[in-house]
Design a binder for this molecule. Structure first.
Ligand code: ZN
Ligand code: ZN
Length: 402
């Protein structure tokens, strides 16, 4: 039978460079991923374009078939959607940090890694009046997002987050005439928030306990919310996303995928992979396209921890072994970018890719890693090529010409 549905598994940052002759993927125990490679067609993929280190957001957009150069307008809108704010085209959104200021200087950019900030969120939303519509939403730990809604807003502003400690903070400047209104509102917001937070009982208590008070909100990643055509409209596929990282959830939401929360999913090395894989697999009953993002390997890559990365890939593989076999789906495994442990950041190296399912031209590749997949039948693709190939395998390709 022709496959009807797609399970797209994105092993965030799993791709790497060799250390002492082997990459974490080459070193990991991964019989299930290798079996998928053996029964599928493989290749390598430049999610943006050759040599360009992708961010997670731009890479995911490209893999979903949205040109990131057109639709990625900054991190703010995606973070805002990720924490559950209802973003609309033209809104300006920011990432926020609760931080600690003393005598006008930032002394702790994470406010002592404060945990529960819901009460502070409420105080900000109730106590600040900007004369325009706005919403602040706290995220995990010290993080959050801010959304401004008014005519004439722009992202032509500098961040109020100095990205280091021991320096003054809290004022933004417009970088063009267009940004002046937004800069005024941001400075007003910052000043009012400082007053609200300063007198808040939570902060009084924190100060008396010798903890850093969360007495300022820093803004960065300004972006104008783009209009992104909904995934279902673009492909005619009902779609869902299983993910834990706020940014990835935000991308899924902005593309109007249905977000399915998972108990125990953390986005880290301690995430409950069984629950995530079960959720994704169950979602295939209801949806035609399910994206599963597993984040941990990226974290280990940023930490430069080869062993943790290799072991985590082994854990993913083990959990994938419990994925039920289905005749009606295409299973796709890839990464959004490489996060080499030797680089501790994203690199421009292409990522390995498998498409497995009925109808694919199985090639001779028997292992899922950066080196073996480079010999596969898909050769070398760009991220934007993936969805057309998958649509064609579903029998839904659009014929060009007669
Ligand atoms: Zn990523
Ligand atoms: Zn990363």
């Amino acid at each position: 039978m022709t496959p009807q549905k797609i399970l797209l598994i994105i092993l965030d940052g799993a791709s790497d460079r060799p250390v002492d002759g082997a990459t974490p993927l080459q070193s990991a125990k991964k019989s299930n991923l290798d079996a998928l490679a053996k029964n599928g067609i493989c290749g390598i993929m430049d999610t943006i374009s050759p040599g360009v280190p992708p961010g997670s957001a731009t890479a995911h957009l490209a893999i979903f078939g949205y040109d990131p150069y057109k639709y990625y307008t900054g991190r703010g809108p995606f973070e805002a959607a990720g924490v559950g704010l209802e973003v609309r085209k033209g809104d300006v959104a920011f990432r926020c940090n609760f931080a600690t200021a003393r005598d006008g200087k930032i002394v702790d950019r994470r406010a002592g890694r404060i945990r529960d900030t819901k009460e502070l969120e409420k105080a900000v939303n109730e106590g600040v009046d900007l004369g325009i519509e706005f919403q602040f939403r706290a995220g995990t730990a010290h993080r959050g997002a801010l959304l401004l809604r008014a005519p004439g807003l722009s992202s032509d502003v500098t961040p109020t987050d100095p990205n280091k400690e021991g320096v003054p903070a809290g004022r933004t400047k417009a970088t063009s005439k267009k940004g002046e209104k937004t800069a005024r509102i941001m400075n007003d917001f910052t000043a009012q928030v400082a007053k609200v937070l300063d007198k808040h009982p939570i902060n009084k208590k924190r100060a008396s306990e010798g903890k850093s008070p969360a007495n300022i909100l820093l803004l960065r990643g300004a972006g104008v919310v783009p209009h992104i055509p909904p995934f279902e409209e673009k492909y005619g596929l009902r779609s869902a996303a299983v993910a834990a990282a706020g940014l990835i959830i935000g991308i899924a939401r902005i593309c109007r995928m249905n977000f399915i929360p998972t108990e125990g999913a953390t986005g880290g090395l301690d995430s409950n992979l069984d629950n995530k894989i079960k959720n994704a697999s169950d979602a295939l009953d209801k949806y035609d396209f399910v994206m599963l993002n597993i984040k941990g390997a990226d974290e280990a890559g940023h930490d430069g921890d080869f062993k943790a990365k290799t072991e985590f890939i082994g854990k993913i593989d083990d959990a994938l072994g419990r994925l039920p076999r289905r005749e009606d789906i295409l299973t796709v495994v890839t990464a959004d970018h490489s996060t080499p442990v030797s680089v501790k950041n994203h690199s421009g190296d292409p990522v390995p890719l498998i498409i497995s399912g009925n109808g694919v031209r199985v090639d001779g590749v028997e292992k899922y890693d950066e080196i073996n997949c480079a010999r596969g039948g898909l050769n070398r693709l760009r991220g934007m090529d993936l969805m057309p190939i998958l649509m064609d395998l579903l029998g839904k390709g659009k014929k060009f010409g007669e």
